[in-house]
Design a protein around this ligand. Structure first.
Ligand code: FES
Length: 318
C-alpha cells in the first residue's frame, strides 16, 4: 500500500503510560480525509509497523492524532513509540482505513476501555459535531491513567461522557444492566477496549437481547489460539488455476507471496480487515476478529493472514 511521509509535529504525555502523537505532512498540506473509526498503519522503524486508531475530529485535515499505551508485554510497537520516537522525526504511515464505521442511528452508545477510547473519541467528536444523540462510557483503571480528560472537558463532550474508574467507589463503576438492560432497536452500540472489557460489554449486550447488527466492535489484537492441531491445506488461485500447499505454521498470505501472489495485508493478526479475500469454494476456518458472525457463516470471504481451512481445498478469487 502507498505510504505517506509525515513528521511528528507533537508528542505529548496524555496520562500515566499514554502518549499521543500529532502527525502531519512535511509541507503542511492536507492529509487524506478520514471517517470516525478509522485507523492507520504506522511504520515506526524499518520492519516494525503497527496499526493505531485516529482519535481526532474527522473534520481536521492537516493532522492525524494517535495515542499509544506503553505495554512492555506487547509485540514491541508501543515501547518503541514511547522510547524512540521524538518530535520532528520523519516516519511513514498508510492512508486511513475503516472497519469500524459509525452508522446512522437515532442514538449511539459508545463503550471505551482504556486506550480503546481512541476510535470512540473520534466518533464522539463526529456525533457531537452533527448534534447526534450519543453517550460514551469510558472505563479505565484510575483517573491518572485516563487520557484526554482535558480534551473531553474542552470540546463540549463532557456532558455526554461518563467516566468509570476501577479504583473508584462502587457506585461509579459501569453498570451494564442499567445502561444496556433495556434494548432499543434504534440505538447502536460501539465497543473497543481490552479483551476482558470487550467480553463484559458484548456478553451483556447479547444477554439483554440487543440486535447483533446494532453491536459494533473493534479488537486490539489477535485472539489467543491453540495452533498445535493445525494441518496443511491447499488453496487454488481461481484466475490461474494454480494450486498452492499451505503448510501448518505458515499463513496463506506468506506462502502465496512466495508464489508471487501478493495479498495486501497489514496487521497480520486478523483485526484490521485489510487482507479480506473472497472465497469461491471450500469452507474457511475463521480466526479473525474483524468479520461479523453473519459474515463468517456465509463462508464467502476470509482473512488469509491468520485464517485457515476446514475443507482440504479453498478456491480463492485471486
Ligand atoms: S492483515 Fe489485518 S486482518 Fe489480515
Amino acid at each position: 500500500m502507498k505510504t505517506i511521509a509525515v513528521r511528528i509535529a507533537r508528542k505529548r504525555q496524555e496520562a500515566e503510560g499514554i502518549v499521543s502523537l500529532e502527525i502531519g505532512r512535511i509541507d503542511g498540506a492536507p492529509l487524506p480525509p478520514f471517517a470516525a473509526g478509522s485507523h492507520i498503519d504506522v511504520h515506526i522503524r524499518p520492519g516494525l509497523m503497527r496499526q493505531y486508531s485516529l482519535y481526532n475530529d474527522p473534520g481536521e485535515h492537516r493532522n492525524y492524532r494517535i495515542a499509544v499505551v506503553r505495554d512492555p508485554a506487547s509485540r514491541g510497537g508501543s515501547v518503541a513509540i514511547h522510547d524512540e520516537l521524538r518530535e520532528g522525526d520523519l516516519i511513514e504511515i498508510s492512508e486511513p482505513r475503516n472497519h469500524f464505521p459509525l452508522v446512522r442511528a437515532r442514538r449511539s452508545l459508545l463503550f471505551a476501555g482504556g486506550i480503546g477510547v481512541t476510535p470512540l473519541l473520534c466518533m464522539a467528536q463526529r456525533l457531537s459535531r452533527i448534534h447526534a444523540d450519543f453517550e460514551m462510557h469510558y472505563c479505565t483503571r484510575s483517573p491518572e491513567r485516563t487520557a484526554f480528560q482535558e480534551l473531553i472537558a474542552g470540546t463540549g463532550l463532557a456532558a455526554s461522557v461518563h467516566y468509570h474508574f476501577d479504583n473508584g467507589d462502587e457506585r461509579q463503576l459501569l453498570d451494564v444492566r442499567e445502561v444496556l438492560g433495556d434494548p432499543d432497536d434504534s440505538t447502536h452500540l460501539y465497543v473497543c477496549g481490552p479483551d476482558g472489557f470487550m467480553a463484559h460489554v458484548l456478553q451483556a449486550a447479547r444477554t439483554y437481547g440487543w440486535l447483533p447488527q446494532n453491536i459494533h466492535y473493534e479488537y486490539f489484537g489477535a485472539q489467543p489460539m491453540d495452533t498445535s492441531g493445525d494441518t496443511a491445506f491447499d488453496v487454488v488461485i481461481a484466475s490461474s488455476g494454480e494450486t498452492v500447499r499451505i503448510p501448518a505454521g505458515k499463513s496463506v498470505v506468506e506462502i502465496l507471496r512466495q508464489h508471487d501472489v501478493d495479498i495486501e495485508a497489514s496487521c497480520q493478526q486478523g483485526v484490521c480487515g485489510t487482507c479480506v479475500t473472497r472465497v469461491l469454494e471450500g469452507e474457511p476456518e475463521h480466526r479473525d476478529r474483524v468479520l461479523t458472525s453473519e459474515q463468517k457463516a456465509k463462508n464467502d470471504q476470509f482473512t488469509p493472514c491468520c485464517s485457515r481451512s476446514k475443507s482440504p481445498v479453498l478456491v480463492l478469487d485471486l
